[in-house]
Each structure stands twice: as structure tokens, then as C-alpha cells.
Design a protein around this ligand. Sequence first.
Ligand SMILES: [Ca+2]
Ligand SMILES: [Ca+2]
Length: 642
Amino acid sequence: MNWRRWAAIGLTGAAAIAAISLFPRTDNDARPRNQIAKLSVPKPAEEQQLKQNMLRRDVTATERLYRLDAKGHLRTLASDFAQAPSGKLPNSARELQKDHKQFQAIFWYDAENRQEKQFRRADFRPDPAVKEQLDTYVSYARKALNKAKSYESPVFPAKQPKYFVSAEPAKTGKKGVIAIMDAGILSRVEEHQHKNLRLIPYPKEGKFKVESVHADTLRDITVKTGHDNEKASHYYENEIVVTFDKKPAPQEMRRIEKDISGSMTRKLNHTYIFRSETMDMKQLKRYFQKKWRPKYIEPHYLYLTNEFGGGFWDGGLFNNDASTGMQEDTPVIPNDLLFSEYQWNLPVTETNRGWKLSKGSNDVIVGIVDTGVDLKHPDLQGRLLKGYNVINPDKAPTDDVGHGTHVAGIISANVNNGEGIAGMMWGGKILPVKALDKSGSGTTYSVAQGIIWATDHGAKVINMSLGNYADAQFLHEAIKYAYNHDVVLIAATGNDNTERPGYPAAYPEVLSVSATDFNLKKASFSNYGDYIDVMAPGESIASTYPDNQYAALSGTSMASPHVAALAALIRSINPDLKNTEVMDIIRKNVIDLGDAGRDKYYGYGQIDVYSALQAAGGGNAPLQFWPQSIQRKMDRVIDQNK
Ligand SMILES: [Ca+2]
Ligand SMILES: [Ca+2]
């Protein structure tokens, strides 16, 4: 399997602004907002081209975010510089470099006093060939500061961009701050998206041999191009998942290991993963079926991330100087640097209005089963719990891909801290669970274990921005375990523009999320079908990225965390609601899109945070829930007084 991605995005800032203004909020307006255009499936060559375009847009969008972020930091430094007593340099350059290693060198430049002081990081060692270009751009930056103007160089060298130079003047005099920025994030996003877009058939990075079968028939297939991925489900060739009715005794286990010339690599309750040195999956299956009659047996499937190359959105949303008051009709506008220009996804989901009802409680824990999270990102500080690394339990759940960090930021990047982006929650805690490895893939086992671990460690909501087209019973067992423990489970549907149901999204216990674009239309890559519950924004979503950076990415992976955050906000405003009630509120309080009512392209519609929080109601629970709600409150009071 894999979530093959394609898309044709022709977006402009004007279109994005139009989408917002076309979107007046009128309560009880049940009319559908747009009709689905006829879906067309691109041919493999077109698809490859579309993916390449997406990748370019993704890198462009990230560069824009990156430059804006750098500019914000430099303005703060320039203002410190202007206010510092003469002859004294502020400490802030060194402070900034400590946790933002992309600021390779910072110069305090003062033309009037003919002074310049440089702070270089120890790891800043440009090639001699690049150095000349660097010196030229720094000299342009000085000239700009002499005229009290800003400066930004292009990224260079052109073939493999490593740097750019940026400068901001202090408010007074011919002085200011120049920075040499490391632009390595651009090649990192490009490399990352090459894998995620499957511009290569499948990243053969696993430690073991990977094979593919047709998702429906389990017939062998060979995946040669990105296009072949749609029907394929990948699994480990020499491994098998076996669930016994009764746990094998130690001597039986020894017998199995001898018979298969292999070993049991992992186990969870009655389910075991076996790896053989000599047998392939089919031989293993025959062996276990014949000799041990297990409860069920299936390949050890691989799950991959569901993100897509980004588009880019260009245009201001609203004025940052607007009132930050909390009047009924004024959206809350946080001061996070990238919010106003890039985070189109919050106003269209009515998140800002929703904050008037709840900003999220720290009692609510959201488990993110993914590639881990950048535990040191400044915009996630204070939001992360210790978490767990399923891949390597001795290590912290650090993100070596970027995917999980991006998902975490959408839910709960620090809001109104003047840095980066605003998450959808001001409060709330993230439980990072690393179940996908550095190639962005994980297995039935690792994902199932991640879900169970998160459930056992307090997660009230679990986000799964990952999937596979094969229905794996072992994963379904883990899903049911979490569901029966009152967890709200949210999953991305996949990016193949296909009706084929993906798992875990298509399990009935899971709220499945597809992606909308800037125009509130189904994103061209987004999967669809009768199992879709709701839509959320999934194109060019700005969020946190490893090493204290920000990136714009697209995919149903980016849509899913919007709904996870909404579930957590609902559980903050009304902790008495059961998981089924939370899911119901999310489905019933939406912006209807496409054909009237529930339809297969938009599910119930796009989430509406404000309406959903109103319906969840805290002390004023909606009528349909009040008997249960009152009963549970009474039970709690009785329990407390026992
Ligand atoms: Ca922030
Ligand atoms: Ca509809």
C-alpha cells in the first residue's frame, strides 16, 4: 500500500482571500457551500508531473515561512540593539543562536561608529567557493543598513541552496543586524517530500525485505512506479502476525522457533510477531494455520505517513492590529509571527471564535502516534509529556522525519508567544508516541502498540495521520481497546484520490478525516467514500518542523490533527462527555459542503470549532446529552463522598 499522492493545485492569494470572504458565518445555515467538480484521475506521467509541482510549491512555501520567521527574530534583535546603551552589545544574539542553529552568524553593524561585531556558530564553516558569494551578499546587506533599509539575498548556491543573508535596520541611525542563515531546511523538506510523495516507488529503507500484495486479494504485485502504489499493501516478507487463543507455553514457543528457523520478535497480549530466516510470509502462514490453528494470522503490514507536498498560499488574512478583545463577533487574533499571513486554516474552521468558549485544558492529553516530536522545539515547550518510543524503547520519542512535529504543532503549538505559529489549543498536553521510523513508516505491531500505550498513559484523544489499505485485525484490536477505554480516535484517510477505504480511518470506531483546500473544496489528492466522517484543512498548512523551524505541508495527515484538537477542546469544555458523544458533536456541527447533507466527498462536512464547542456546552450541555451528563455528575459526586 501507500498513500500515493497527486494533485493539481492552482491557487492564488486572491482565491484564498475570496474563500474567506465567501464564508460568512450565519448560524443554522445548512446550505451546501459548493458542489464537487467531476473528479478525474491523472495518468501516471501527469501524476508524476503534478507531484513534482507540488514538491516545488512545498519548498517555496517553506522558504517563505522561513524568511518571515528569520525577519521577525532579526527585528527583535535590531530593536534590542537600538535600545542598548552605547558601547554595550545586548546578549540576545548569543541567546538566539543557542536554540536556533539556523542563525549561523549574526553581525551587529553600526556604520556611524564604524563598528561591527560578529557572532559565529562553531559549526559555521562555509566552503571557500560559497564564501565569496556570502561576502558579496553581506556587503549588500551593509549598504542597505546604511540607508536604514531591510535586505534579503536569494538562497545560494543556486543548485543546492545552503544559505541566505537577511538584514534588518534598527529604528534609529545607520545600524542594524545582519544574519547569515542556514537554508538546509529546503533540501530537507525536498528530500522528505520525495519519499512522502512516492516519487520513488517505495523507500526500501527498512531493515528487512519488503514485499507488496494487492490490498483486496493479497495477490503478489510488484510496485515499480509511484502509480502502482495505490493498490498495494506493503509488508515484511519474512514476518507474520499471529494471534493465539491461548498463549503458547515456553516449550511450544521453542518448538515454533525451531520449526520456522527464526524467532519471536515482539509480543503484545496474545499476539506475536515471528521472523523467519528461511520462510516467507506465505510459508509461515501455512505453517501456523496447519500446526497451531491460531485465532487469526496476517502479514506484518507497514503504515506510512499521509502527508502530501505543499501548495502555497499567498495573501494576508486579516489585519494583525485588529482588536484582540473577546467580543462575541471578534475572532481572537494571537501575536504569533506566522499566524496572520499563513494560518488560513484556523479562521476557516472557526477556531479563533471557538477560543471564546474554550482554549483547552491541560487535563486533556492528546496522543500522537507518529514519527515522534521534536522535543526541544521552542513553540512546543511546556506542551509535551514524556511519551514513548515504540521503535526503540530505550530512546526518547524524538522526530527524525518532521511529520510528527508538524502534526503536534497544528494541535498545540504555543499560542500568543510571539513565536512561530498558533496551535488550535492554548492548553492541553501532547503525548508523543513514536511508532513510525526514520523512513516515515511503521508496522501493524508498532502502530498497534503505540495506540495501546497511549491509551494506558492517559490519552483522551489519539491522532493517527497514517494508514494502509489492508484491513489488519491486530490493528483493529488495538483500536477497539482504545475505543472501549473512552478514547476519541481520529485518523487521516489518505492521499490517493481514491474511494478505496484506508485503515485505521475506515474502522467504525475511528473518526475519519479527509482534506479541504483553500477554496473549501475537497483537496485534489484527498481520498473519499462513504466512510468519510468530516473534512478539515489540508493544503499548505504551516506548522512546527524539527530544529526550531517551520514548514508548510499538505496532506490528509495535516487535516486529521485539526479534528484531534477539536476533540480535545470539546473534552476540555465538557469532560463528562463520552467518546461517542464527542464524535457525534463533531459530526453534527459542521459546515456542510458539496451536496446537501452527508455525501461521499465531504462526509458530514468541514469541522466548525465554534458550533461544536457551543453544542458541547460544558455546564450547559445540549438537551440530547443532559440526562447522561447529569447522571455522570451525580455518580462522580457519590464516588467522591464514598
Ligand atoms: Ca507560537
Ligand atoms: Ca454535504
